[in-house]
Design a protein around this ligand. Structure first.
Ligand code: ARG
Length: 471
């Protein structure tokens, strides 16, 4: 930058941050398309933290004087206070948060402020700021995901033994317990958090000091700035450091997968609340009424959690498309990296908060779930398993016999336990009265003791493990 104290003043309208080379100002539309201050002002805390670390390092390395560093640090404090108080004069002509803060610093402290940009560029600055922002977002979202898990595990513990119909193809399959069903989402959320942790680990390298793209001739200490900003190490290649946004993509991919999980739970809430199911009830706190149909209680929060998946996945596809085919190193295309990430992070956070709220709010109708758990010949597999275990039939033959018994029960309008022993023996002569013991819903779930199965004892133990692990 040749904007030294002795430089001539800029031509009217020209960006004061690049001065000399320019004789005219930008077209109005150039300002509009170029400026990112409307959204990247969100990065102000990270930008100030980065500048503080950079200035301290410049002073330690003898690149700027200690007095300048002191002036920069207190100038940045004052700017932080201004922004916090909503008194900062954001200027679109200064394009982005980096130049807004730097220009304001120079305005406040003069020459020392104009030394801050030594040995750095907005390219390494924005890459650093954005990583710091995503890292904070990861930490916040991780805590929220843990909270949803805690809410689910707590309810799972209370309903470890309450049967509900388990579905495949949304057709009654086998009885499971409500607690088991809720814990399935706990596992999903645990993996979502694992993806966040992986993303955080790879993200945590510091681009600062890569400068524009090639590094710098100043004797900077990149390990010092990296350490001051909580990074594990400086990024090893200056071109890569300023030009990749894979950390944002990993965050969005983790967001899209988690949003998909949340949307499945939300969809189940919608189904469970519906009149034909009535498995659960949401209170007034999580439902809305209809302006025309007085009887309605709509699960809008669940529907919106389901719908947020669209914008989150959209942000992932959007940024993948921006990044695809970009030559190294920085290109202005990358300014399009932020809004989608900000929006997706907000939608993800809201979806998690609403999910935690609904999980804590809902009232399960355990009697109704229990009644429906036994409908639809849900214990047919238990009957087939009994034929294998007691009569030693090959499973395929047992499946066939059971199918005939189901057809018979269906024709008679009863469930399997409603068939008489004689009727059963008409299909398979070896069946004894003992078979009835396996046809109840309670016997069915209690028998599923295989690792990860729905037996109440398993579910209670798994819920207790999660509650303990989540603290
Ligand atoms: N506002 C820009 C962004 O968000 C900052 C970096 C600009 N760098 C540049 N060489 N024009 O990407």
């Amino acid at each position: 930058m040749n904007d030294t104290p002795t430089s001539p003043p800029n031509p009217p309208g020209a960006n004061p941050q690049w001065g000399g080379r320019f004789v005219g100002g930008p077209a109005a539309v150039m300002l509009d398309i170029n400026a990112s201050i409307g959204f990247d002002r969100k990065l102000w805390r990270q930008d100030i933290a980065g500048s503080r670390a950079h200035a301290a390092m410049l002073a330690k390395a003898g690149i700027i004087g200690a007095a300048d560093e002191g002036a920069i640090a207190s100038g940045l404090d004052a700017i932080a206070a201004e922004i916090e108080a909503g008194r900062f004069p954001f200027e679109e002509a200064l394009e982005d948060i980096h130049m807004n803060i730097e220009a304001r610093l120079a305005e406040r402290i003069g020459e020392a402020g104009r030394r801050l940009h030594t040995a750095r560029s907005r390219n390494d600055q924005v890459a650093t700021d954005f990583r710091l922002w995503v890292r904070d977002a990861i930490d916040g979202i991780d805590a929220q995901a843990a909270d949803v898990m805690r809410a689910l595990a707590t309810r799972a513990a209370a309903h470890a033994a309450d049967p509900m119909p388990g579905f495949t193809h949304l057709q009654t399959a086998q009885p499971v317990t409500f607690g088991h069903h809720l814990l399935a989402y706990v596992e999903m959320l645990a993996r979502d958090r694992g993806r966040l942790a992986d993303c955080r680990r790879r993200l945590n390298e510091c681009p600062l000091g890569a400068a524009a793209l090639a590094g710098t001739s100043f004797p900077i200490d990149r390990a010092m700035t990296a350490g001051a900003l909580g990074f594990d190490r400086p990024a090893a290649n200056s071109l890569d450091a300023v030009s990749d946004r894979d950390f944002a993509l990993e965050f969005l991919a983790a967001a899209a997968i988690s949003a998909m999980h949340l949307s499945r739970f939300a969809e189940e809430v919608v189904i469970w609340c519906s009149a034909p199911y009535r498995f659960i009830r949401l209170s007034d706190a999580f439902t809305t009424g209809s302006s025309i149909m007085p009887q309605k209680r709509n699960p809008d929060a669940a529907e919106l959690v389901r719908a947020k998946t669209g914008r989150i996945t959209g942000a992932l596809v959007g940024l993948l498309t921006v990044m695809k085919g970009l030559p190294l190193a920085y290109a202005k295309d990358m300014q399009e990296d932020k809004e989608g990430v900000f929006d997706a992070a907000a939608a993800w956070a809201l979806g998690l908060a609403a999910t935690a709220g609904m999980v804590r709010d809902l009232t399960p109708d355990t009697a109704r779930m229990r009644a429906l758990a036994g409908s639809g010949f849900a214990t047919a597999t238990d009957l087939a398993d009994w034929l294998v275990r007691v009569l030693r039939l090959p499973f395929r033959d047992a499946h066939h016999v059971t199918g005939r018994l189901v057809a018979l029960a269906e024709a008679k309008g009863v469930d399997l336990a409603g068939l008489s022993l004689a009727e059963m023996q008409g299909v398979e002569a070896g069946i004894t009265a003992d078979v009835f013991a396996v046809l109840s819903v309670e016997a069915s779930v209690a028998s599923r003791t295989s690792y990860g199965g729905t037996a109440p004892a398993n579910v209670a133990a798994a819920a207790a493990r999660w509650i303990e692990a989540l603290g």
